[in-house]
Design a protein around this ligand. Structure first.
Ligand code: FE
Length: 231
């Protein structure tokens, strides 16, 4: 089997939000599809390890937020690499109430889809949730972010709980070089010397070694010692 064929499948970048009784959470999801048109339904694939899985099972409703290309890595890191069991991810995020009672994320959103659970399929590590669409709207004309854009342009990686996580590629060794890319061992953010981190004062062309020790991961905030050469 050539697993490389699986990497040719296209995905998007979404936040799936769920919860009830004042307790809500959101997480990044890339496996989101419209399943049927009449009635309009959507399907999402969520890891059983994730807090959002628990919340969807309990509340039987969820919201899909379609991220724009401009969504910063720190925003993606908040929803993709931190657990809602430890912090309130929505605390500093702009939301509006939806018809399902769920908070709808407004920041960096091209649009949203609210759904009520219609069925689910146990897939082992993940569950595919099917939801009937009860409300949806476009919030911005900005280009939606694809998974390829996140990976190639923004330098992002898949966390271990993503359906697209590639354990073989993550374990492959590679020799370091002056232009080596470094990966944050906590969140998977990749520092690419060619791109630098201009938003945080690191000019393109700066090798990882030359970044000041005061610099921290732009996604999860850990210091340089938590980075390793990309494998
Ligand atoms: Fe990080």
């Amino acid at each position: 089997m050539n697993r490389a064929a699986l990497h040719k499948i296209g995905y998007g970048m979404y936040i799936v939000t769920s919860g009830q009784n004042g307790k809500f959470n959101g997480q990044i999801a890339n496996a989101v599809i419209q399943a049927t048109s009449r009635p309009a339904s959507v399907a999402i694939c969520i890891s059983k390890d994730n807090y959002t899985h628990e919340l969807i099972s309990a509340s039987r409703k969820f919201v899909i937020t379609i991220l724009t290309e401009a969504a910063p890595m720190t925003f993606i890191g908040l929803f993709g690499f931190k657990s809602g069991r430890d912090l309130d991810k929505l605390e500093d995020v702009k939301t509006k109430p939806g018809v399902t009672g769920l908070p709808i994320i407004v920041d960096h959103s091209a649009g949203f889809i609210e759904a009520e659970l219609a069925g689910q399929l146990d897939c082992g590590s993940h569950t595919i949730f099917l939801g009937n669409v009860v409300e949806a709207d476009v919030l911005s004309d900005a280009e939606p972010m694809t998974y390829l854009y996140y990976k190639n342009v923004k330098g992002g990686k898949a966390p271990k709980t993503a359906p697209t996580f590639d354990a073989d590629a993550a374990a492959k060794p590679k020799a370091p070089s002056p232009s080596a890319r470094y990966v944050c061992s906590v969140c998977g953010y990749v520092y690419d010397p060619a791109q630098g981190d201009p938003q945080n004062g690191v000019a393109p062309g700066t090798s990882f070694e030359d970044i000041p020790d005061s610099w921290t991961c732009p996604v999860c905030g850990v210091d340089k010692t938590k980075f390793e050469v990309e494998k």
